[in-house]
Structure formats: C-alpha cells, structure tokens
Design a protein around this ligand. Structure first.
Ligand SMILES: [Zn+2]
Length: 400
C-alpha cells in the first residue's frame, strides 16, 4: 500500500499540475481543450485494453491446452516450422477477433467523431488489414528463428541477444524503404519558402545532405506532425503536408529544428540501442522462466517441448507480457529523447522561441493533445513530455 502511494506520488510529480493559462497563451483554445478531455477519456481505456488483453487471451489459450492440442494436430500433418507459424497465426487471429469491436471503436469511430479521419470504413479496414499483414510477415521472422535455433546452438541466450541488435537495426533501415511507402505516398519536400528554410537550417546544422520529404496525409487525416526515421542511407526528415499548410512559417521552422535535433543527435540510434538492451533483458528472463514453465506444466499445456508448435501461445504470452512490463522504460527513454530535441530546437540559432511556444500550442490544438494526462497513463504510454512540461521549458528559455 505504502509503495503504491509512493509510486503514484512520484508519477504525479513527474506530470505536475497543468498550467492551462500557459497552454491557452500558446494557442490551445479552451474549447479545444474541453474537447480534448473527452477525446482522451474515450481513448485512454483502450490503451490499457490493447496492452493487457492480448496477455490474458494468449495465457487463456495456453492454459486451457487449446493451443497445445492445436499444435499437436498440425504437427502430425505439416512440417514443424509451418505448424509453428500456423498456430501463431490462428492464435493471433483469435485475439484480433476478440478485440475487433474495440479496434473499430478506437481506430474508426473515435477518430471520426472527433474529426481526425476522413477514411471510409472500407478504406480503414483495408489499411488496418494491410498493417496487420505487414506485422505478421515481420514478426514471423524472430519466431521462426527461435524455433530453428533453440537447443541447437550453444549459449542460445547470448547468440540471440547479440543477433537481435542487427535485426532491430535492419528493421529501422528497411521500414522507411519497404513498409512506409505501402501506406502513404512520399515526395521530396515541395519547392518554396519551407524547402528553402529547411535547406538553410539543415546546412546550418551540418547535415546538408539530409533527405527532406513530405508525406501526403491530408487525404485521410487532419492531424499535423513531423518525424525522423531510418538509419544510414534511409535516414530522413518527414513533414506532414497538413503541417506545411496549417502552421505559420516560424512555427514550421521550430518543428524542423526539433526534427533536426533528432537527426543530428542520433536519436534513432539511441532508440535502437535501448530496444536492443530491452530485448536482451527480456530474452535473459525468457531462458530462465519459460522453458521451466513449459516443462513443469507440459501435461496441462499439452505440449512436448518449448520448441513444439503447441508452445507458441505460451511464448506469445511471455512476449506480450514483456512488452507491457518494459513499456514504461521505453516511453521514459522516448520522453528523454523528446526533451533533448526540444532543447536543441530552443537553442537553434536564428529561431524565435515564441514560435516554438506557438508551434507546441497549435499542434496540441489541432491534434487534441492531452491537457491533463493521467500520471499512470502518461508513465505507460506517453511518448512525449506533457504539454505543460514542453511549454515550461520553452517559456523559461524565452524569459532568459
Ligand atoms: Zn520529436
């Protein structure tokens, strides 16, 4: 009990009490803030459900022996790697069907009610289905690697931990080249004042060769954003077309400076390194815990070994649980990176920091940023500092 109080107090301190006056001054109107409160009240519970429900569903399928029986049946007819992938697909499909009503609620209904999405239901289904297929194709790789190498190579944990690094880096290199173009169209940042500004800033930051792109989001969404992705040759700074349309030039410049901060300070490498360390940590727990469970409860789970297809639901339970448990760590690292990029932008020569304040406020206004994030939800799912924190940093920099 005492520890719960201490932890929640610490989290509340991490969020701080929001200064709505500061947000309004930054351009986040009181009416939009009111709308944002109801939007986040509608969205926050779904974050927890999508993170926790898969653990429960996979554990249920494993513990009832359904997964084990399905695995045995498939292994009698099929080569075992194929049976492994099939069990994984079917269990994933079961979880997806259970969560489908909530997926439609979160992904389609809420986004429409709050005016973010202009996709028809058919288009939305097609996009979510496509995303699911890509996820299946990518996630099957580590599963098959595990199935093919477990007990066959010495010091499996060490080898797998080392190999996961290049796999993560490879994923970040390839995603913007192979995956992103499936879902959006990208073009070179349009000629005009924004491009000139971006080139001047990239030169000043020492990255004259950086790839500057814009993404066509306006056809499906009203959100404003920008991001950096890729590594090595696939590194790029991407601006939403909406952002260029709706923000003033000074505000776009501040967003650019923030993204240049991510780029020049190698934040994607920091992200990749942390993902690697978290994966290695999870794998070290995996080798100590999961094979033991598989052996001790082999009768109940109806499995012969951890490598059998029937053990896949148990592995899925562990993966979903590790993702949930390590999420606050990953998000804390993300927030640290974002603070760092904000500081970089605040120090960028030639920029007016009041434009930074206006940019943060206008982005919150357009995207319905959460004016009062719940400490627990923010700890678990907040990839950026709170609005209050971002604005305070910029406001104190301005006063100096
Ligand atoms: Zn950022």
């Amino acid at each position: 009990m005492v520890s719960v109080v201490i932890v929640s107090t610490l989290m509340a301190m991490a969020v701080g009490s929001p200064d709505h006056g500061l947000m309004e001054m930054a351009g986040y109107s009181a009416e939009r803030m009111e709308l944002a409160r109801s939007y986040h009240a509608a969205v926050a519970p779904t974050k927890w459900v999508f993170a926790i429900a898969p653990i429960v569903i996979y554990a249920f399928i494993a513990a009832t022996g359904w997964g084990g029986r399905l695995g045995r049946r498939l292994e009698r007819r099929l080569p075992s790697p194929l049976a492994v992938v099939l069990v994984w697909l079917l269990v994933g499909l079961a979880a997806w069907l259970v969560l489908l009503p909530m997926l439609i609620y979160r992904g389609f209904l809420v986004e429409h009610v709050y005016g973010f999405s202009s996709l028809t239901f058919g288009e939305w289904v097609l996009r979510s289905f496509g995303a699911r297929l890509v996820y299946i194709a990518v996630a099957a790789i580590p599963l098959l690697l595990f199935h093919l190498t477990w007990t066959r190579i010495k010091r499996w944990w060490l080898t797998a931990s080392l190999a996961s690094g290049p796999l993560i880096v490879g994923g970040i290199v390839l995603a913007p080249l192979l995956v992103d173009p499936i879902f959006s169209s990208f073009s070179s940042l349009r000629d005009g004042p924004v491009r000139t500004q971006a080139e001047t800033m990239a030169n000043a930051a020492g990255i004259p060769d950086a790839t500057l792109l814009e993404i066509d989001v306006s056809a499906r969404s009203t959100r404003l954003n920008a991001y950096v992705t890729g590594l090595w040759g696939s590194s790029r700074i991407v601006l939403y077309d909406n952002l260029i349309e709706h923000l003033a030039p000074g505000e776009v410049a501040w967003v650019l400076a923030h993204e240049i901060g991510h780029y020049t300070r190698h934040h994607l490498w920091i992200g990749a390194l942390s993902a690697w360390l978290i994966t290695a940590g999870a794998l070290s727990v995996f080798v100590r815990v999961v094979p033991g469970i598989a052996y001790r409860w082999r009768e109940r789970l109806k499995i012969d070994s951890i490598r059998s297809a029937g053990a896949v639901p148990l592995i899925m339970t562990f993966v979903a649980a590790s993702l949930f448990v390590t999420q606050p760590v990953a998000m804390a690292i993300s927030r640290g990176i974002e603070v760092n990029a904000d500081h970089y932008a605040a120090m960028f020569p030639g920029l007016d920091r009041s434009d930074g304040i206006a940019a943060v406020g206008r982005l919150a206004d357009f995207n319905l940023g959460d004016p009062d994030p719940h400490p627990l939800t923010h700890t678990w799912f907040g990839s950026h500092p709170t609005l209050q924190q971002r604005l305070s940093v910029l406001a104190t920099e301005v006063e100096r």
